[in-house]
Design a protein around this ligand. Structure first.
Ligand SMILES: [Cu+2]
Length: 70
C-alpha cells in the first residue's frame, strides 16, 4: 500500500469533487481517497500499479489527473 498524489484539473465545485472521488474509488486496488478542491489535488491510498487506471477513470469523468510527488 502506498500514498499516491495527483494534481486534478477541471474541478470547480463540490459536485466535481464528488465525481472525481467516485471515479477514483471505483478503481480496483484503491483503498481510500481524499480529494481537495482548493488545491486541486487528490491523495490516494492504494497499490502503486493503479496510477494509469486512476488517470483514465478521472479522464472519463471529464477531468484530468497527473501524478505529483506531494
Ligand atoms: Cu463542479
Amino acid at each position: 500500500m502506498e500514498t499516491i498524489n495527483f494534481r486534478i484539473q477541471g474541478m470547480s465545485c463540490g459536485h466535481c469533487v464528488a465525481s472525481v472521488k467516485q471515479a477514483i474509488q471505483s478503481v480496483q486496488g484503491v483503498d481510500s481517497v481524499t480529494v481537495d478542491l482548493a488545491s486541486g489535488s487528490a491523495k490516494v491510498q492504494g497499490e502503486a500499479a493503479i496510477v494509469e487506471e486512476i488517470k483514465k477513470a478521472v479522464q472519463e469523468q471529464g477531468y484530468s489527473a497527473s501524478q505529483t510527488e506531494e
